[in-house]
Design a binder for this molecule. Structure first.
Ligand code: AMP
Length: 187
């Protein structure tokens, strides 16, 4: 119940819903990794709507508005498409190596577990466009840095990076430098 000095906003209610639908799984995909699973959140209509509203709210407005959303494989595709639709802009899929027929550029990077390569499709980002990067989890930041470098290498600008969950102990935010980072929750 609200008291005069505790006012719950619609965003607080959305955030509570999102937090309640996250699940952590110990020792997946390798021993010692605590994996955050968003399956139940994405499967819940109200949860997906709340997540989309909160992620879209971190996009700028007016001259700072995002022109395009960039979703990072694979859960970033689901969230990115929803956020792009909410903002009325298009979505670009930054994909893992070997999935795209025509590649503008690629970046390899280290993960919390293993390593990977991301690729940007050719001819989808225009120089000067403002891109909102969307993914599920910010861990070491390697994935987000690689995606930012692909966007910036195409001459576009990273307007902001928007993620559901941040794992602050892994230091991802610091690796992203001055780029604006918005995360809904930290664990
Ligand atoms: P990183 O590059 O270390 O920031 O890792 C971020 C990417 O790996 C995101 O696309 C996440 O989906 C995934 N990821 C890394 N660590 C975890 C984790 N502990 N739980 C869930 N997903 C993770």
């Amino acid at each position: 119940m609200n008291t005069p000095d505790t006012v719950n906003t619609a965003a607080d209610t959305d955030l509570d819903l999102v937090a309640g639908l996250l699940r952590d799984v110990p020792d997946f995909p390798t021993p010692g990794i605590r994996f955050w699973d968003l399956s139940a959140l994405l499967a819940d209509g109200a949860g997906l709507a709340a997540t989309t509203r909160l992620l879209a709210a971190s996009a700028g407005e007016g001259e700072h508005a995002a022109d395009v959303v960039v979703g990072i494989e694979a859960r970033g595709f689901l969230l990115g498409a929803a956020v792009a639709h909410a903002l009325g802009v298009g979505v670009v899929a930054v994909r893992k190596h070997g999935k795209l027929p025509v590649v503008a550029a690629r970046r390899s990077y280290d993960l919390e577990y293993g390593s990977a390569t991301l690729e940007l499709p050719a001819d989808v980002l225009r120089p000067g466009e403002r891109a909102l990067l969307v993914d599920d989890v910010l861990a070491t930041g390697g994935t987000a840095v690689a995606a930012c470098e692909l966007v910036e290498g195409a001459g576009a600008e990273v307007a902001a990076i928007s993620m559901v969950l941040e794992l602050p102990a892994l230091g991802g935010r610091a690796r992203l430098g001055d780029r604006p980072v918005h995360t809904l929750l930290a664990r």
